[in-house]
Write a protein of this length. Structure first.
Ligand SMILES: Cc1ncc(COP(=O)(O)O)c(C=O)c1O
Length: 390
């Protein structure tokens, strides 16, 4: 019997010299090149060694030319979705995509016209806004409500927005970044029902869906039959396996007309493929070995987020959302002055770089997001510094 691998997430590994954005962009975004970075959502935790080995094996062959979209890639995706998310997917529904943001942008181009609107529930991952604006569409921004420390959807406001004839697409972050909300099946069913009623296409961005903390569970829009004719579901290995730089994402579209429209936009942009190493990575990690890695990772991240929330909650006046999913902790600093003052204090007094709330839309102003996917020996002292400054 093979020995079970126990993953080490505790030992810090320097990323200096790798051009990691989280480190190398510190001067540009925070004006301080040595501030400790807990912002951009990738992990300072290593990908599994078996992935590195499989990439190394492929690198050993010295030709990196054009590569087929081979069956194993699609079979691995199919296996993962069934095994991890109880979603039976037909490989014909899958389009490979360099990134989820590429998929979002191409979906906007496929399903809306210039001047029309895209509905988003905010605060939410910044490119939901920026992709819409770059494509000359308008954002129909529906702020989420906070109830009992969690984001909830204001369904009346959502319906009012979807009922506007110029709203043609809704972008749903499921699970939700930055609030870490794992939307329930009933809640998603209601969203689908409203999209159907008002003939709005629904894009469910499920990039964070593998990192969910029990008793919460991920509910994929793939498992809502009523959504079959109107939905696009986007996923990636980027978050779960810390491979965002490999740019390997995949999108499911069940309806053949929507799929054709989306693939036409992919062909126009020549953006319907991923690179060779992305393919190797996809089939390596969407596997039983990847599932074991993910299981251990989720245990580590759950404890990190729990400890960070527990400690930050001790700061009087600070509000934190205990995430049900994601390695991110959304924190309300509005009691400590305007966001620019808090931003400076975080950087210059606590020596931590967090994601500023306005990246997530106007509703995020005054909030900051802590990335907890770090070894505890990096993360917890940074939290202690925040506690002593605030
Ligand atoms: C909700 C969400 N979607 C998409 C992305 C980016 O995905 P990709 O790198 O595949 O474009 C992120 C990254 O933080 C995210 O949080």
């Amino acid at each position: 019997m093979e020995e079970k691998v126990v993953y080490d997430f505790d030992t810090p590994i320097s990323r200096l010299g790798t051009y990691a954005e989280k480190y190398d962009a510190r001067e540009r975004f925070f004006g301080k090149a040595d501030v400790e970075p807990f912002w951009v959502a990738d992990m300072d935790l290593p990908s599994p060694a078996f992935l590195t080995e499989q990439l190394r094996e492929r690198i050993g062959h010295p030709m990196y030319g054009y590569t087929e979209q081979y069956d194993e890639v699609f079979e691995s995706i199919q296996w993962w979705m069934q095994h991890e998310h109880q979603a039976a997917v037909d490989p014909a529904w899958i389009s490979l995509s360099p990134s989820v943001v590429t998929t979002i942008s191409l979906a906007i181009q496929s399903f809306t016209q210039e001047g029309e609107s895209v509905a988003v529930l905010s605060p939410v991952y910044g490119p939901f806004f920026s992709c819409t604006k770059f494509n000359k569409r308008k954002v129909a921004d529906i702020p989420l409500k906070v109830e009992n420390g969690k984001f909830e959807i204001d369904f009346q406001s959502l319906e009012n927005a979807l009922a506007q004839p110029e709203v043609k697409l809704m972008l749903m972050c499921n699970p939700q970044n930055p609030g870490g909300r794992a939307w329930s099946f009933q809640c998603l069913e209601k969203v689908v029902e409203l999209c159907l009623k008002h003939q709005v296409i629904l894009l469910s961005d499920e990039i964070h869906c593998d990192i969910v903390y029990a008793p919460a569970t991920h509910q994929s829009v793939l498992n809502i039959p009523a959504a079959d004719e109107i939905s696009v579901v986007a996923h990636s290995i980027g978050k779960t396996f810390n491979t965002s730089g490999l740019q390997s994402s995949f999108t499911f579209i069940k309806n053949s007309q929507l799929r054709s429209k989306f693939r036409l936009a992919q062909n126009r942009a020549h953006a319907g493929d991923i690179n060779l190493f992305g393919k190797v990575a996809l089939s390596a990690v969407l596997s039983p070995a990847g599932s074991e890695f993910k299981k251990q990772l989720v245990v580590y991240l759950q404890e990190n987020t729990r400890q960070v929330c527990e400690r930050l909650q001790q700061i009087e006046g600070l509000g934190v959302m205990q995430p049900e999913a994601t390695f991110l902790v959304w924190s309300d600093f509005r009691a400590f002055g305007d966001w620019q003052t808090v931003f400076k204090k975080l950087i210059h007094e606590a020596n931590v770089a967090l994601s500023g709330g306005t990246f997530f839309g106007p509703a995020g102003e005054g909030w900051f997001r802590v990335n907890c996917a770090h070894p505890r020996s990096q993360l917890l002292p940074a939290v202690e510094r925040m506690v002593s400054v605030f």
